[in-house]
Ligand binder design. Structure first.
Ligand code: SF4
Ligand code: SF4
Length: 109
């Protein structure tokens, strides 16, 4: 691609070489259900904190897959652990527990 020295939009390229497989395996060993999320966004649609400030478990899980764990933590920073998302997840994921595990695994880098 020709480099014109400027761009109209930020790059959306993903460097999968930076994917931390060990951290992901640690997360999945604690939360096997992290594998079955289908990114439907139901959890995000009902999120209590999301009514006021950006909060999205769906995006957090995608950010982890896209080797952007810092973004994942930011997506969950305002979570109040109310558990509402757990009640609506069509895959029956204990989302509240998953959020706590994501914070635990990726916060201590
Ligand atoms: S537990 Fe967190 S992510 Fe889930 S609905 Fe409550 S505030 Fe939102
Ligand atoms: S509701 Fe469940 S399956 Fe849908 S994005 Fe959230 S965690 Fe994933």
């Amino acid at each position: 691609m020709v480099d014109f020295g400027f761009g109209l939009v930020p790059s959306s390229r993903i460097n999968l070489d930076s994917f931390d497989k060990d951290k992901y395996e640690e997360l999945v060993s604690m939360e096997p259900d992290a594998r079955i999320c289908m990114a439907c966004g139901t959890c995000t649609a009902v999120c209590t904190a999301g009514k006021f400030v950006h909060t999205s478990l769906r995006e957090a899980i995608e950010d982890i897959f896209n080797a952007k764990p810092d973004n994942a933590l930011a997506d969950l920073k305002a979570c109040q652990l109310c558990g509402k998302c757990s009640m609506v997840c069509p895959r029956g994921i204990n989302t509240r527990h998953l959020i706590m595990s994501i914070n635990k695994v990726y916060s201590d880098k």
